[in-house]
Design a protein around this ligand. Structure first.
Ligand SMILES: [Zn+2]
Length: 145
């Protein structure tokens, strides 16, 4: 039995199934505020930042934002950007300087590479303009505390 569990755990790690196993996503208010500010500041350019968080039991909590300035424009391909190699990075956020927060093909490709949650914020960059997605591009709801 022990060996069986070991094998299961090993397989889970191998396919990284474990990390998608959360039922709630909670953002610290400061993170959301920082996202709104960055989106407004960088507009009409896109910005991208990485979400720092931790999963405990079934709750994924996002408590930080890792932001690197980069040369962005409306045609930038997010897929070209690699995740920082920090273990606390659980996803990304980027802005669309337009009326849609739906992921583009390049976005979906990027989402599938790593992370647990990805946000897109559209104009006019209020909290309601933020949409969360999982690695497959399905919508994810989140709470703000
Ligand atoms: Zn995009």
């Amino acid at each position: 039995m022990k060996l069986y569990n070991k094998i299961i755990n090993w397989l889970k790690k191998l396919f990284e199934l474990e990390k998608y196993d959360f039922s709630r996503v909670i953002f610290d208010k400061e993170v959301i505020d920082a996202i709104l500010e960055l989106a407004q500041m960088t507009s009409p350019k896109e910005f991208i930042a990485f979400l720092e968080g931790k999963q405990r039991k079934k709750i994924l909590r996002i408590y930080g934002l890792a932001y690197q300035e980069y040369f962005a424009n409306e045609h930038s391909t997010l897929a070209k950007i690699n995740f920082p190699l920090t273990s606390s990075i659980v996803g990304s956020v980027h802005s669309h300087p337009g009326p849609s927060n739906k992921p583009s093909r390049a976005d979906l490709h990027f989402f599938s590479k790593r992370g647990m949650i990805h946000l897109i914020i559209k104009k006019p960059y209020t909290e309601k303009d933020i949409q969360g997605y999982d690695t497959r591009g399905n919508k994810i709801e989140f709470e703000v505390v």
